[in-house]
Design a protein around this ligand. Sequence first.
Ligand code: NAD
Length: 250
Amino acid sequence: MTRVAVNGATGRMGKTVIETAADRDLEVVVGFDVASGEVDGVPVVDSDDIAGTLTEYDVDVVVDFSIPESTLPLAAACAETGTALVVGTTGFDEDGVARLDDASEEAPLLKATNFSQGIQVLNRLVSEAVATLDDYDLELMESHHNGKVDAPSGTANTLLETIQEKRDVEPVYGREGHAPREDDEIGVFARRAGDIRGEHELILAGNDEVLSLSHRAEDRGVFAAGALDAAAWLDGRDPGWYDFGAVVDA
Ligand code: NAD
C-alpha cells in the first residue's frame, strides 16, 4: 500500500486529503504543518528535518497543498530522499518552478494547478475553441473563497497559458476608468467571496454569439481525490516531471 505524507495537513485541502484517503487503498502515515497535532488520527508534525521524517515514516509519496515557501524546501527534501511529490500548491514564481524542476531530476514530481478531471477536459476544450473561433473576443473569470491568497488562481493562469499557445493575447487584469478594449487583449477577473470552492469561465464572443465554457467545483473532495489518484499513479515512477493529464488518461 502506498504510504503518503500530507504537507499543509491542517489546512482546508490537507484535511480533505486525509479524510478522502480513508476510503482509498492508500495510507496517510504523517502530516506536516506549522504546528504539531493530529488530523483524523494522522500525526501532524512541525519538522525541521523533513528528509529525516520522510525516512522515519518510510513515506512513498508526499501530497502538498500548502504555500510555495513550504513546498520548495519540501521538494529539496524529496529530491534528497528520492520521495515522489504531488504538488497542488499554486502561486509559484519562475524561480520556484525552476527549483521544482531541479527536484524532479532526483525524484518523480507531478504538479497540477487543478486536480479535478473536469478542469483537465475544460483545458482541452478551451484550446480547441480558441483555435477555431480565432477572432472572437476572450474574457476569463474565476471565483474562489475569501481565504485564497494568490490571484488570479493557478487554474486561471493555466487556462491563460493554454489560450496563449493558440492566440497572441495579452492579459488585462480587471478594468477601471477609461479602458477601451484592444483586439489582442483578454480580460482576466478574480472574485473572492465566502467559501466558493472554485469556479472558472471563459467566454468567447463574436459573430452575434457567445460561447461560454465553465467549470464549478462543488466540493474540495474533487481536488483531494485527483491528488490521491496522482499519488497512487506516481508511486514507483522514475524521477521526472509529470502532468495530471497522464493520470486522467490512464
Ligand atoms: P490553507 O491556507 O487552508 O492551507 C495551507 C496550509 O499550509 C495551512 O494549514 C498552513 O499552516 C500550511 N503551511 C504553511 N506553511 C507551512 C510550512 N512551512 N510547512 C507545512 N505547512 C505549512 O490553504 P488551502 O485552501 O488548503 O490551499 C492550499 C494551496 O493549495 C493553495 O496554494 C491553493 O491555491 C492550492 N489548491 C490547489 C488545488 C489543486 O487542485 N491543485 C485545489 C485547491 C487548492
